[in-house]
Design a protein around this ligand. Structure first.
Ligand code: PEP
Ligand code: MN
Length: 360
């Protein structure tokens, strides 16, 4: 009896290997077909061809499996072949480490973002007045921060809220930044304003609400300015990388990614900082990764531990909002830190050695 079982099992092992060989052969054929389709510009998925194949197979079905079972099994094989073609496609993403193993370093003035050091980008939520920007710029300069942020085109939830100073705001930022030797990061929401950005600022920010504004991504891809791309509030890490791919495939490889929290049911923070996105993005992509410690938390009291977590998780830098008088800020009044708080934050983070260049 056990001899009989051994014999049957030996046959089964042989059939398994034959099946494996046939499956691999089939997979190679599917890859070749995928390449031909790509050359001819034909879509990978062809439902008619799948139906033909299934019909042919079930017609020749000798049993004992019924046709439904056969259909199910073959559909799994079809799907695996299609996934194989898609995985090759993913491998080819320009933002992927598979394409470029070494880190991208984005040079913004004297700051090498994504290099061995950690970068801080700070400034008010919105540009309000020249004096407001100047007070922040002075504090940044004193703390050794070289990149100032400030919104001039504000994507506000309510149309009745302060919408930003627009072009005037960008020019204001430029003037003050030049006084203090800083570089400017500011959000652009309209593809038609990229030209204005090139004239006035140093880094184009694309905000969470516009992460999948494909026309804006394409326009940023055609720009000579680096792009600071924020993760959409409901975007997966994969969707985030595809958004970056739009910019890089358009010819602009100077992209920085920023995790800024995602929407969850949690109410004690404005968003939920997805800390795991940091090592995932660093693993998957060669682009520099930031964490926005302000919008992710929406509160001032946990910014230091959150910044520490971000840097410990491998972020290349942090972004934060600083306002001379947050209580009267025209946007995000509850979450911006004032200048003494910013100075204390910078001192803490420096004292803990978190901003020092990594050991060689
Ligand atoms: C911002 O950084 O100014 C901003 C509006 O943030 P987010 O796009 O992440 O909401
Ligand atoms: Mn803000």
């Amino acid at each position: 009896m056990s001899h009989e079982l051994d014999r049957l099992r030996a046959q089964m092992d042989e059939v398994n290997l034959k099946l494996l060989e046939l499956l691999s052969h089939r997979a190679h054929l599917a890859q070749s077909i995928g390449q031909v389709k790509k050359k001819q510009g034909i879509h990978r998925f062809d439902p008619e061809r799948e139906r033909d194949m299934l019909e042919r197979i079930t017609k020749s079905n000798p049993g004992p499996f019924d046709n439904d079972t056969i259909r199910h099994l073959f559909k799994q094989i079809f799907k695996a072949s299609l996934d194989l073609q898609q995985k090759n496609h993913k491998k080819a993403l320009l933002v992927s480490r598979k394409q470029q193993p070494e880190d991208t370093v984005v040079q913004v003035g004297e700051v090498a973002v994504g290099g061995p050091g950690k970068t801080v980008i700070a400034g008010p939520c919105s540009v309000e007045t020249e004096e407001q920007v100047r007070e922040v710029a002075r504090a940044l300069r004193q703390q050794g921060v070289r990149l100032i942020r400030g919104g001039a085109f504000k994507p506000r939830t309510s149309p009745y809220d302060f919408q930003g100073l627009g072009e005037e705001g960008l020019r204001m930022l430029r003037r003050v930044a030049d006084e203090f030797g800083l570089k400017v990061v500011s959000e652009i929401v309209n593809p038609a304003d990229i030209e204005l950005a090139e004239e006035t600022i140093d880094v184009i920010q694309i905000g969470a609400r516009n992460m999948q504004n494909f026309e804006l991504l394409k326009a940023a891809g055609a720009s000579r300015l680096p792009v600071f791309l924020k993760r959409g509030m409901s975007a997966t890490v994969e969707e985030f990388l595809f958004a970056a791919e739009y910019i890089v495939s358009g010819g602009n490889s100077r992209v920085m990614l920023c995790e800024r929290g995602i929407r969850t049911y949690e109410k004690w923070t404005r968003n939920t900082l997805d800390i795991s996105a940091v090592p995932l993005l660093k693993q998957e992509s060669h682009l520099p990764v930031f964490v926005d410690i302000t919008h992710s938390t929406g509160r001032r009291d946990i910014q230091l531990p959150v910044a520490k977590a971000a840097l410990a998780a491998g972020a290349d830098g942090i972004m934060m909002e600083v306002h001379p008088d947050p209580a009267v800020a025209l946007s995000d009044a509850n979450q911006q830190v004032d200048i003494p708080q910013f100075e204390a934050f910078m001192e803490d983070i420096r004292n803990q050695g978190l901003l020092q260049p990594a050991e060689p």
